[in-house]
Design a protein around this ligand. Structure first.
Ligand code: CP
Length: 314
């Protein structure tokens, strides 16, 4: 019942999302064992193909594949690969195709790159972030983290704050969160909210202080200077003053409300320097859960689904 490629959250039904999250529970348990490995994908080969920097996504996909006993190769488009000699994305893809891979995890600066790759290769393609388009596995690990903390997603009010315009995380999360029944409000300066945002099934606000007391989750986005070709706000200091989370603003939140962030964080910009150490800032849970959710996806998509990993006690 699982899809061959994961390019967009649009491809997943609520039942499929539930299955990914439920299966991730088993892999979360594997991650607590002394020997964190199951044979589910033994003999299969996964390639991490990264044309853009990454810490969390690349390492957690690698760790997830290794925990499933897959062989993992990693390609980062730098001076050590033939991309530096002018080899195109397509020729790189065809080279990988000739190596008989089972899955390719791809991150690329261009929106649509993962879809294009899926048209060139027989392997399953997992989108690890394509330009400003989508980052579906980030959204799934975020759903998992929310469900773990609140026991549900349905009915929660989630504020996505900041650079929505350039954010693939926002696009995938808005699709995933609204699909699973959450009420989403996007909050930020008008210049960082896409003109089409009104058709995304979300509420829109430019007043963070007014929204904070209503939210169950404050999901902060990174200011993506690398994607901003225009001056979208006067200065980082001004951005921080109007839309950054600081101690005063945390005081406006519901006592039980949590703060999330996909990482990497810009301390002192979207979040005050000392806040990431707060208990209600759960970015470390997001990172930990990313391994289990990505293992779950690869397990389901690559047909390792004969049996879930047995409990260490059984
Ligand atoms: N959240 C995320 O995609 O982080 P990386 O860019 O470090 O992979």
């Amino acid at each position: 019942m699982m899809i061959k490629h994961l390019l967009s959250i649009d491809q997943l039904s609520t039942d499929q999302i539930d299955l990914v999250l439920k299966t991730a529970d088993s892999f979360g348990e594997v991650g607590t064992r002394t020997i964190k490995k199951v044979p589910a994908l033994r003999g299969r080969t996964v390639c991490n193909l990264f044309f853009e920097p990454s810490t969390r996504t690349r390492l957690s996909f690698e760790l997830a594949a290794k925990r499933l006993s897959a062989d993992v190769i990693t390609f980062t488009a730098d001076s050590k690969t033939s991309v530096s000699k002018g080899e195109s994305f397509k020729d790189t893809a065809l080279t990988l195709q000739a190596m008989g891979l089972d899955a390719i995890v791809v991150r690329h600066t261009s929106g649509g790159a993962a879809k294009r790759l899926s048209q060139w290769v027989d392997a399953s393609v997992l989108n690890a972030g394509d330009g400003s388009n989508e980052h579906p596995t980030q959204a799934l690990l975020d759903l998992y983290t929310i469900k773990q903390r609140f026991g549900r997603i349905d009915g929660l009010h989630i504020g996505i704050v900041g650079d929505v315009f350039h954010s693939r995380v926002a696009r995938s999360n808005i699709k995933a969160m609204t699909k699973m029944g959450a009420h989403v409000t996007v909050i930020g300066p008008p210049t960082l909210l896409p003109v089409t945002v009104g058709s995304w099934g979300v509420d829109v606000s430019t007043d963070l202080d007014a929204m904070l007391p209503k939210l169950d989750i404050v999901y902060l986005l990174r200011i993506q200077k690398e994607r901003q070709v225009d001056q979208f706000f006067p200065s980082l200091r001004e951005y921080s003053m109007f839309w950054g989370l600081d101690n005063r603003r945390v005081g406006l939140m519901k006592p039980e409300a949590l703060i999330m962030h996909p990482g990497p964080i810009n301390r002192g910009v979207e979040i005050a320097g000392d806040l990431p150490e707060m208990e209600r800032f759960i970015v470390a849970d997001q990172v930990t859960n990313g391994i289990a959710v990505r293992a779950s996806l690869m397990f389901l998509m690559l047909g390792g689904s004969q049996e879930l990993p047995p409990s260490e006690k059984s």
